[in-house]
Design a protein around this ligand. Structure first.
Ligand SMILES: [Zn+2]
Length: 280
């Protein structure tokens, strides 16, 4: 599933290529993608409008429209946003098409084989009713910044294992399994450590690791795994997977210490990889 760095890479592509262009026509092929409202609502909400800015909170892409409404796109498991020249043959599972004005005319596609993803137009003045989960999102480390004082309060204010805590989108928004495992490895912390057991020095390491891992992953265009499901808006994969040190490496030698094998445990129902020698 795309996490913060992958969604941020898509956001940057949309900011560069879609912002400022009028949407001339909208096609909706699969109702499940627009299940929160309807195909008519999406078509009415987007036809003739211009996206003025693309933002992101956690894994949610939020486009600001000159109509005053907002466009929300969530990739979930297998969603992709792609840009192509108008008239290009579309891949299977293309569920939404936005026809963009300009030279050359282009199309923005929402492609989603597993159909867990969503595309919605909502009214920001009524977001609590129309997009309630947005209001419940925690701090986004990149969009909002995440200060050391904020992280300290988040950790010490509860007694939870680090892995499920960092994955909890209501606490910190955008981190998923890959970046959680990599962050905890860089911070030299076990995923099953309790949040209120961390020393000030350990909190400092975790704070630096969160920002460093996310920044490097964004720089690398995210991680494209063996399933090749994640790509940017031009169809290119990221390459941060080449820098994974623990994620999905159970049984292999630790790249950091070279003296222990990565182990896999389950914390909070999620598979977690870490080095028992590097992480305490
Ligand atoms: Zn190690």
């Amino acid at each position: 599933m795309p996490e913060l760095p992958e969604v941020e890479t898509v956001r940057r592509g949309l900011e560069a290529q879609v912002v400022g262009r009028r949407i001339e026509r909208v096609e909706v092929g699969r109702e499940r993608t627009v299940r929160r409202t309807s195909a008519e609502a999406l078509i009415d909400g987007l036809t003739g409008v211009t996206i003025t800015r693309f933002g992101r909170r956690g894994k949610y892409l939020i486009g600001e429209l000159d109509s005053g409404d907002r466009l929300m796109i969530h990739l979930r498991m297998s969603g992709r946003v792609l840009i192509a020249a108008a008239g290009t043959e579309r891949p299977p599972h293309t569920h939404v098409v936005l026809h963009l004005a300009g030279e050359p005319p282009q199309e923005m596609w929402f492609v989603d084989p597993r159909t867990f993803g969503e595309v919605v137009v909502f009214d920001p003045n009524n977001a609590a009713a129309e997009m309630p989960e947005l209001a419940k999102l925690g701090i986004d480390p990149v969009t909002d910044g995440l200060t050391r004082a904020e992280l300290t309060a988040l950790l010490l204010g509860r007694s939870r294992q680090l892995k499920p805590l960092l994955l909890d989108q209501h606490v910190i928004a955008g981190i998923g399994n890959i970046y959680c495992d990599e962050t905890l490895h860089l911070a030299k912390l076990r995923p099953d450590r309790l949040s209120d057991s961390l020393s000030a020095r350990e909190i400092g390491r975790l704070h630096r690791a969160i920002h460093e891992v996310l920044a490097q992953a964004i720089e690398a265009g995210g991680s494209t795994l063996a399933d090749t499901q994640y790509v940017d808006i031009e169809g290119q994969g990221g390459w941060f997977q080449l820098h994974h040190r623990v994620y999905d490496r159970a049984g292999q030698r630790c790249l950091t210490c070279g003296r222990a094998d990565i182990v896999r445990i389950v914390t909070g129902g999620r598979s977690t990889c870490f080095c028992p020698r590097c992480q305490h």
